[in-house]
Design a protein around this ligand. Structure first.
Ligand SMILES: Nc1nc2c([nH]c(=O)n2[C@H]2C[C@H](O)[C@@H](COP(=O)(O)OP(=O)(O)OP(=O)(O)O)O2)c(=O)[nH]1
Length: 157
């Protein structure tokens, strides 16, 4: 995890008046299937940025680690139980509604069938993804994944 966390300000961010806002920790799962596709889900009605596409996950509850929160959130939201998950990248995003630290974990190992419990849509995507709009805090992650894929690709003869 070599990334330096910069703050991405979205839609003007919060109005701080010089006062630092508390950081809300969020666990985000990048599920990668056997074909190398990524699972994206749409934000359910009633949530901020409803209808925007994101990777599934949610806020940490008191005392939880990122891995514990991610396991709980994915069970609640999409019905799967993940194996181990470690933070791959993180970022800080200043939205009008909250200052969030996004802890992105790649997940290759899970059990259970996908079931969207919150009325979300879902899709398995290769890069570049075709679903839109993508949540602003999620857009940079797609670029990181693309960079990583490009780095992993065999060089042309
Ligand atoms: N799950 C997820 N959240 C993201 C992504 N990108 C991004 O900016 N976020 C932001 C949006 C929200 O401000 C925050 C997640 O909060 P949330 O409201 O969805 O979390 P939650 O499921 O725990 O929701 P709730 O308890 O309020 O119902 O993280 C992403 O790819 N996945």
């Amino acid at each position: 995890m070599s990334q330096t966390p910069l703050v991405l300000v979205v839609d003007g961010g919060g109005t701080t008046d010089g006062v630092q806002r508390p950081v809300t920790e969020v666990a985000v799962g990048i599920l990668v299937d056997a074909q190398g596709r990524y699972l994206l889900t749409s934000r359910p009605p009633g949530k901020v940025y409803a209808g925007y596409w994101e990777f599934p996950g949610g806020k940490l509850e008191t005392g939880e680690s990122v891995e514990q929160a991610l396991r709980r959130e994915l069970q609640e939201e999409i019905g799967v139980t993940i194996g181990s998950a470690v933070v791959w990248r993180h970022s800080l995003v200043d939205y009008p509604h909250a200052l969030v630290r996004l802890n992105f974990c790649k997940v290759y190992d899970w059990s259970g069938a996908l079931h969207m419990h919150e009325g979300q849509n879902h899709c398995w995507e290769r890069l570049p993804v075709s679903c839109e709009p993508v949540l602003p805090g999620t857009v940079p992650v797609l670029a990181w994944l693309a960079e990583e894929e490009a780095g992993a690709a065999p060089s042309p003869c």
